[in-house]
Design a protein around this ligand. Structure first.
Ligand SMILES: N[C@@H](CCC(=O)N[C@@H](CS)C(=O)NCC(=O)O)C(=O)O
Length: 209
């Protein structure tokens, strides 16, 4: 049985990725939630189970896997439904997930995930608009090319999980996307696992950073 260590559902965007993937694919796991310290210095606490002192971290017996991308690839070894079955869709999904994993710095800094609040952005900087435009182009491309409800086809896969935190950010900050991309955001927000995550997030203690 997998154990997945995560932090606050309200704030931990990296935790959401493997969590939503496991839930959406109905892969059983034990959830271990360890709250962030108020001053965000959770390193020592998280170090007890994660070599980097960061979440998410997956444990299976003697094996520990840290970093959301490594966790998804580890799961893919045993669960073929993690990535799309079609080779072209799979290559696209891996590329898009890697792009999310290493990019979109302005979006991360300006629009931190906070599932249960709504904020008005005073301005959208050119850098933020650039990230939004790239997300829109990427999502539209996947939805058009593979013709499904999900980013890389008809089934929910890891690439949807990787962009799940952006769906919450879109809602929180009222980010604007084209109709086809917005339809994916709406579908994500209605996914039962996203609803479950948001419901728990709304009841968590708030942190003032
Ligand atoms: N690249 C890592 C990033 C993990 C990360 O930054 N996690 C944040 C939470 S979302 C964390 O653990 N922060 C610890 C802290 O803020 O004290 C991954 O993909 O898992």
């Amino acid at each position: 049985m997998y154990t997945l260590w995560i932090a606050n559902k309200n704030y931990s965007s990296w935790s959401l990725r493997p969590w939503i993937l496991l839930k959406a694919l109905e892969i059983p796991f034990n959830e271990q939630l360890s709250y962030f310290e108020d001053d965000k210095s959770s390193y020592e606490k998280f170090k007890a189970f994660s070599p980097t002192g960061l979440v998410p971290c997956l444990v299976e017996g003697e094996i520990t896997v840290w970093d959301s991308l490594a966790i998804v690839e580890y799961l893919a070894e045993n669960h073929t439904q993690v990535w799309p079955q079609d080779r072209i869709a799979r290559a696209w999904a891996r590329s898009a997930s890697a792009e999310m994993h290493s990019g979109f710095a302005t979006l991360r800094q300006t629009c931190a995930m906070n599932c249960s609040k709504q904020f008005e952005l005073r301005e959208i900087s050119p850098e933020l608009q650039c990230d939004i435009d790239r997300l829109d182009a990427l999502w539209s491309d996947g939805l058009t090319k593979f013709g499904g409800e999900w980013l890389a086809g008809n089934t929910f896969t890891a690439v949807d999980a990787f962009f799940a935190p952006v769906a919450f950010r879109a809602q929180t900050y009222g980010l604007k996307f084209s109709a086809i991309s917005q339809a994916w955001v709406d579908r994500m927000l209605k996914h039962p696992a996203m609803v479950e995550w948001a419901e728990v997030a709304a009841k968590e203690p708030e942190i003032e950073y």
